[in-house]
Ligand binder design. Structure first.
Ligand SMILES: NC(=O)c1ccc[n+]([C@@H]2O[C@H](COP(=O)([O-])OP(=O)(O)OC[C@H]3O[C@@H](n4cnc5c(N)ncnc54)[C@H](OP(=O)(O)O)[C@@H]3O)[C@@H](O)[C@H]2O)c1
Length: 337
């Protein structure tokens, strides 16, 4: 067991960052030494106070002082929970790496950054190697349900012809930023307009998950198709955060397909709408055929916070550079290290 605690800073104290901060506070092997945000209601305060735990001696610094703060706090790992797209996240990741910290990020496009941002991915990889630190993007999805878990299941197959994953989510149980980015309560025309302008995104990561599976299985994907459409409320609905009139958006139905030789090899279906039953299902067509199903669904926010937390002890011992889940030995909960 490791005698020294792993010193961690959470970069981005939103819904997911706060959950992770709470997990880290409870972990024997971790020391939460601070956080970074831009929200004036958080900057300068103690993370423990924001969590309702009282002062724990972990200050929230502003993004402008990030490099000095990370360096001076002698941080081993920065948990980055700010934003989805790598071009927006790049500056923050660069600061963490330049300050000498390993990074575990929930940025969806960082899960397989060579798909959407190949130049930035190569730049980040070179920077991480020059500073001898490791960087990874992970979470529940991408990171687990649509990629690592189905790839792991194929370890008992001698042949795989097709992988299909269905993730069904009751959107009303998810955090505010999730419901907002899925367009809940918008009119369908507003949904399409905001999706086009990038003001909302719904799920990002179908392609990243497909490319992760491809890299894990050593299968060359020729073409990826991604699409998302709104699920329309057939009656008046309400969540903790949104009032949804009949005919407005109550969720989304999304699809990612990876083709090999013009045949579907990976099919990822996400249906997240108000009142839907929660379940995850993976069907592997091959030898032997497999069907895995989680009747409870995988609680996305808790699962993301857990995956990131459990990745911390792995990243401090990983090879330097920009990594993906394909580089990590089988993930598991980390009770002691
Ligand atoms: N891979 C996965 O499975 C997975 C799962 C869940 C979430 N995610 C992703 O993780 C990210 C965080 O999710 P969330 O729901 O926690 O979002 P959120 O509530 O919006 O949290 C983001 C936090 O970062 C802060 N922030 C913005 N710009 C910053 C900067 N330059 N420096 C430091 N902090 C900054 C925000 O402050 P303001 O509020 O003041 O802007 C906010 O507190 C999102 O991109 C989400 O899509 C991925």
């Amino acid at each position: 067991m490791r005698s020294k605690k792993i010193r961690v800073i959470v970069y981005g104290l939103g819904a997911i960052g706060m959950l992770i901060a709470k997990h880290l506070y409870d972990k024997e092997w971790a020391e939460l030494v601070g956080a970074i945000d831009i929200d004036p209601s958080k900057v300068g305060r103690d993370v423990g106070e924001l969590l309702g735990l009282g002062s724990i001696g972990a200050r929230v610094a502003h993004d402008d002082e990030a490099i000095g703060f990370i360096k001076n706090s002698n941080v081993d790992v920065v948990v980055h929970t700010v934003t989805t797209y790598l071009d927006k996240a790049y500056k923050q990741l660069e600061k963490a790496i330049n300050a000498g910290a390993h990074v575990v990020s929930t940025s969806e496009t960082l899960a397989y950054p060579w798909y959407r941002f190949p130049d930035l991915a190569n730049k980040l990889d070179a920077l991480a190697k020059s500073k001898n630190v490791s960087v990874i993007g992970t979470g529940v999805n991408p990171g687990f349900i649509f990629d690592t878990l189905p790839a792991f299941l194929t370890s008992v197959c001698i042949r795989v012809d097709r992988i299909k994953v269905v993730r069904s989510i009751d959107a009303s149980k998810r955090r505010y930023p999730f419901q907002k980015k899925y367009g809940l309560s918008l009119r369908p025309d507003e949904f399409y307009d905001k999706m086009k302008k990038g003001e909302i995104t719904a799920h990002v990561g179908y392609a990243e998950s497909i490319m992760l599976i491809s890299s894990m299985l050593g299968v060359k994907i020729d073409r990826v198709v991604e699409k998302q459409e709104p699920v329309i409320a057939d009656k008046h609905m309400k969540t903790k955060y949104f009032d949804i009139p009949e005919g407005h958006v109550a969720g989304i139905r999304g699809l990612g397909i990876g083709f090999v030789n013009n045949k579907e090899f990976v099919v990822l279906e996400l249906i997240a709408s108000v009142g839907r039953s929660d379940y995850d299902e993976i069907i592997i067509e091959g030898v032997p055929p497999l069907k895995w199903r989680n009747e409870y669904g995988t609680s996305g926010d808790i699962a993301t916070a857990a995956m990131v937390t459990n990745m911390i002890p792995k990243i401090v011992n990983a090879k330097p550079g920009l990594l993906t889940m394909a580089d990590i030995s089988i993930p598991s909960i980390k009770v002691n290290i």
